[in-house]
Design a protein around this ligand. Structure first.
Ligand code: HEC
Length: 127
């Protein structure tokens, strides 16, 4: 008969507890675990997006007039009916042949989500 290394029940429980605690401590929280922060989003927006998209998100920022491809007006149906995923993808990767470049290297995923939350708030306020 094969013998298994003797491990008592209390010791097995102790090991299980240590493993569980370790896993919980190391489990990195992803950005999606928290609701986006519109206050931080406002700061990101004002710093990086307002010049083109405008203070109210109407696509009328100070730099907009000089652009050949106009910045998106977030109040238009074609913009605000898009899903968060779709808009986040645009913020992440940019739009080809437009001044809307990728923000992947400049903003973290959380900052991009916060900025989008602020854009959604602007649209709500403008209704
Ligand atoms: C240099 C000007 C410029 C800046 C700065 C800029 N954008 Fe844009 N953005 C554009 C343009 C132009 C488009 C529209 C491209 C098109 O017509 O498809 C656009 C499109 C978008 C869209 C897609 C809208 C839709 O309906 O699909 C989102 C979302 C967006 N921008 C978010 C942002 C965010 C967030 C920032 C700041 C981090 C930002 N933009 C900064 C010019 C800019």
């Amino acid at each position: 008969m094969r013998t298994f290394p003797a491990i008592s029940l209390p010791r097995a429980l102790l090991v299980a507890t240590i493993v569980a605690t370790f896993t919980a401590a190391c489990g990195t929280a992803t950005a999606q675990d928290f609701p986006p922060d519109v206050i931080k989003g406002k700061a990101v927006y004002e710093r990086h997006c307002l010049a083109c998209h405008g203070p109210g998100g109407w696509g009328d920022g100070p730099d907009a007039a000089a652009l050949r491809v106009p910045p998106a007006n977030f109040h238009r149906f074609q913009s605000f009916l898009k899903s968060d995923e779709e808009l986040l993808r645009t913020i992440e990767h940019g739009v080809v042949f437009s001044p809307m470049h990728s923000w992947q290297g400049q903003l973290t995923e959380t900052e991009r989500q916060d900025a989008l939350a602020y854009i959604r708030l602007l649209v709500q306020q403008g209704q």
